[in-house]
Design a binder for this molecule. Sequence first.
Ligand SMILES: [Cu+2]
Length: 215
Amino acid sequence: MLSKTLFLAFASITLAVTSGAAAAQVAAKAKTAGLSPNCAANAPVRQFLVVAGEWDTVPKGRDGKPVAYTDRGVAREANSKLERYSFDPSVIIVKRGDCVELLVHSVKGDVHNVVIEGTEIGTEGAPIIDDAGKAIGKAAARANPNKYEGPDKLKAGEFVRGEQVKLRFQANQPGTYRMICEMHTFVGPKGELRAYDDKGKAVKGPMVGYVSVLP
Ligand SMILES: [Cu+2]
């Protein structure tokens, strides 16, 4: 299944360039070396177990009956399911020079990906690992143009419910970096986070965590 996905990915690079509005918003920005994919051999390794999760509810009024509501800028009718996605923990605190490993385990939501804004770190092509830490596959490459229709049609670093993906990087520069799931977040032109895309379609987020690198 994964090999088929990768084949499709490499065969369809041209199409991919024009797909994924939310993804493009994050990917188009210049990359910095603030976080590097290569850890120095003597860098201390800090590992974090992160859950990618979802919350949902049906908002009710004080009389206990379902009500219409506004979902972060999107009007919703009564009985509409309100969804929120999150990373837990949502704030990762490390020191400059640390080699950071994030094991992101998806337990709810069909697909997620992760990009760390402004850096080249993300789940695209990152290893899917089992509980013993053994690599059992790879998250999809960005070149795959297929919209999600099932686990064999993934794009842009996506991984599916039940999978655990491993991000590894060295924290080179102090600062706070946003860790974004592009499926559930739209980043506006000024970097603002939205729960709807530029066509007003709800993306049910934002789904964002923060990596804070101390000096
Ligand atoms: Cu997500």
